[in-house]
Write a protein of this length. Structure first.
Length: 514
C-alpha cells in the first residue's frame, strides 16, 4: 500500500510538472507574438474617431480598430467584400449582405443595423474629410437623430440597402472603402452625443485594452474574419518623437519592434538605418509627394510670380539636400507620373519652362513657412534662412486648413508636407487634397468642383477634369512639387511585413512571424 501511494504521488507530481511546462511554453509562445509599435498618439487613443481623420497616424491606428463594408484589394485597388460578405446592385439600389459570423470581442454581433447607424452618424456629425457622401443619400434631408428615417439608408434583416438620391452613384462603393465609413457598433457609442465611449467592442481585427500600467494596448478580436494565429497577439503602443525619443533611437535601444509608415521619421532615415540594422524593411513605390503649398493667406498677398520664385528657391534647397539620399526622386507634379491624374508630357514641359523662366526669390522678409509632419527639418532650416533671409520657420501638427487660428494673420503663408497621392483614382484622397487646400483652382470652390466631378460617369472624362485641376494648381503656383518618396516600414525579426507596395498601409494583421 505504501509503495502504491508513492507511485501515485510521483505520477501526480509528473503530471503537474508537465502541465506547468506546457503552460510556461504557451506563455512564452504568446509572449513571442507580442509587438511593440512606435506610435505618436498613445495619449489620444480614446479620442480617436473615424470622422475626424486629418493625419496619417490617426488613420493608421483606426484602420486596425474598425472595418468597413468593403475594402480595397491590395493587388488591384478595387473594392472587395469585408464586413459585407457580398454586395450587388439591384435596379438602382445597392445591397450589402452583412456577415453572419462577425462579432466584437465581447460577443456583440455586428449587423446591418450597426451599418445603418454608422452611416447616419456620419451624416449627423457632418464628419469625414474623404468624401461627398451626403450628396448621394438622403437628398436634402438633414438628420438630427440616428432614429430619423432616411429613404436612402435602410436595414432589412441583415442586409443594408442604400438608395442613392441621384443616378450618378458611380463613386458610392469606392467611397465606402474609406475609413470615414467604418462600422461602429451601436453598443460602443453614446446614444445622445454619438461620441465613441467604448474602444473595446470594435468592428476591426483589433480592440483597445489596457496593460498592467494602465497604458492602452491593442489585442486581436478572435471573432473577426481577418484574425489568424500568426498575427500579433498584443500590440503595445510606445510613444515616439517625444523628448528626443525618435523611432529609430527606440528601435536601436530594443524598446520597439516596429516603425510604421505613419511615423514622421523621414523615409531616407529609415532606409539608411535598415541597411546597417538587422531589420525587415518594406517600402512602397513612390506614392508620397513632398510639396510646398501656399495657404489662402499666402495666396492673397503673394502673387503668382512670387509664389513660383519662392517655390524655385525652396525646391533647389530640397533637391540639393535630399535627391542623393535613398528613396527620393525629383518630382515635377503632384500625382505620380505613372498614375491617374498625372500631367501629359507637354504639360510637364510647359511647367518646366515656366520655372526655368522664373528667377529664384532671394528674400523671405515677412513670410512664414511651416513644416507639417516632415520629420527632422533642422538640417535644412539654416539653409532656407540663408537663401530666404527674414523668413520665419515653424512646425505645424496639421495642415493649416484643418487648424483653428485666432485670426488669419496667425496662419503661415505656406507649408511643406508629404501627403499620400496614390497611383489610382482615389475619391477619398482626392477629397482630402481638396479640403486640405492642396489642389485648388482660381475659383476656389472645392465642394462644387468635387460635386461636379462625381457626377461624371465616364472615367476618361473625369480624369481629364482632374488633370486640368492638377495643371491649374501647379501653373498658378498654388503648389510646388519638390520630391517624391516611398512610404517605409521597419520590423524587427522574426516579424515580417506583408504589405502591398501600391498603398500606404499599417494593417497589423499582415505583420506575421517568419
Amino acid at each position: 500500500m505504501v509503495y502504491l501511494r508513492y507511485v501515485i504521488l510521483l505520477l501526480a507530481a509528473l503530471l503537474l510538472a508537465a502541465g506547468m511546462v506546457n503552460h510556461l511554453g504557451k506563455s512564452m509562445n504568446d509572449q513571442n507574438k507580442n509587438l511593440r509599435m512606435g506610435f505618436p498618439l498613445v495619449e489620444e487613443v480614446y479620442n480617436l474617431d473615424p470622422l475626424k481623420i486629418h493625419l496619417a497616424p490617426q488613420y493608421a491606428l483606426l484602420e486596425n480598430l474598425y472595418s468597413r463594408l468593403v475594402l480595397n484589394s491590395p493587388e488591384k485597388g478595387e473594392p472587395e467584400a469585408a464586413i459585407a460578405k457580398r454586395y450587388f446592385w439591384k435596379e438602382n439600389q445597392l445591397h450589402f449582405e452583412i456577415r453572419d459570423d462577425l462579432s466584437t470581442v465581447d460577443g456583440h454581433k455586428i449587423t446591418a443595423q450597426d451599418a445603418a447607424f454608422s452611416l447616419k452618424r456620419y451624416l449627423i456629425l457632418k464628419g469625414g474629410t474623404h468624401s461627398d457622401f451626403a450628396s448621394l443619400v438622403c437628398g436634402d434631408k438633414n438628420l438630427r437623430s440616428t432614429e430619423d428615417h432616411c429613404n436612402g439608408i435602410e436595414a432589412i434583416g441583415n442586409t443594408l440597402i442604400l438608395k442613392p438620391a441621384t443616378k450618378d452613384a458611380y463613386f458610392l462603393v469606392p467611397m465606402l472603402t474609406e475609413m470615414d465609413f467604418a462600422i461602429i457598433p451601436q453598443v460602443s457609442v453614446d446614444p445622445k452625443t454619438l461620441k465613441i465611449i467604448d474602444y473595446r467592442n470594435t468592428s476591426g481585427p483589433f480592440y483597445v485594452d489596457k496593460d498592467k500600467s494602465g497604458q492602452p494596448v491593442l489585442k486581436p478580436n478572435k471573432n473577426h474574419f481577418l484574425y489568424h494565429q500568426n498575427m500579433p497577439q498584443e500590440v503595445s503602443l510606445v510613444k515616439t518623437n517625444s523628448g528626443g525619443e525618435t523611432a529609430i533611437k527606440l528601435f536601436q535601444q530594443n524598446k520597439i519592434d516596429y516603425i510604421s509608415a505613419a511615423d514622421s521619421t523621414r523615409p531616407d532615415e529609415i532606409i539608411s538605418f535598415a541597411s546597417t540594422a538587422k531589420a525587415n524593411l518594406h517600402q512602397t513605390v513612390n506614392i508620397r509627394t513632398f510639396v510646398l503649398v501656399f495657404t489662402k493667406k499666402g495666396t492673397k498677398h503673394i502673387n503668382k510670380g512670387q509664389r513660383i520664385a519662392i517655390g524655385k528657391t525652396l525646391k533647389s534647397i530640397m533637391v540639393k539636400h535630399f535627391s542623393n539620399r535613398p528613396g527620393y526622386e525629383i518630382s515635377e507634379q503632384f500625382f505620380p507620373s505613372f498614375g491617374d491624374g498625372s500631367l501629359s508630357k507637354s504639360d510637364v514641359v510647359g511647367l518646366k519652362k515656366l520655372f526655368e523662366s522664373t528667377t529664384k526669390s532671394k528674400s523671405g522678409k515677412g513670410l512664414t513657412l511651416s513644416f507639417v509632419r516632415f520629420g527632422e527639418y533642422s538640417t535644412i532650416e539654416q539653409k532656407i534662412k540663408e537663401e530666404l533671409p527674414g523668413i520665419q520657420i515653424r512646425e505645424e501638427k496639421n495642415a493649416p486648413a484643418f487648424l483653428d487660428y485666432p485670426s488669419e494673420n496667425d496662419m503661415p503663408d505656406m507649408f511643406i508636407c508629404g501627403p499620400d497621392t496614390a497611383f489610382k483614382e482615389d475619391i477619398g484622397l482626392l477629397t482630402y487634397s481638396l479640403e486640405a487646400g492642396l489642389l485648388r483652382s482660381k475659383e476656389g470652390d472645392a465642394s462644387k468642383w468635387l460635386h461636379d466631378y462625381m457626377k461624371i460617369s465616364g472615367k476618361g472624362e473625369r480624369l481629364e477634369k482632374l488633370k486640368s485641376l492638377h495643371k491649374e494648381t501647379l501653373m498658378q503656383g498654388f503648389m510646388v512639387p519638390l520630391l517624391s518618396a516611398p512610404y517605409v516600414s521597419l520590423a524587427r525579426p522574426p516579424w515580417k511585413i506583408n504589405f502591398t507596395q501600391l498603398y500606404a498601409s499599417n494593417h497589423l494583421w499582415l505583420l506575421n512571424l517568419q
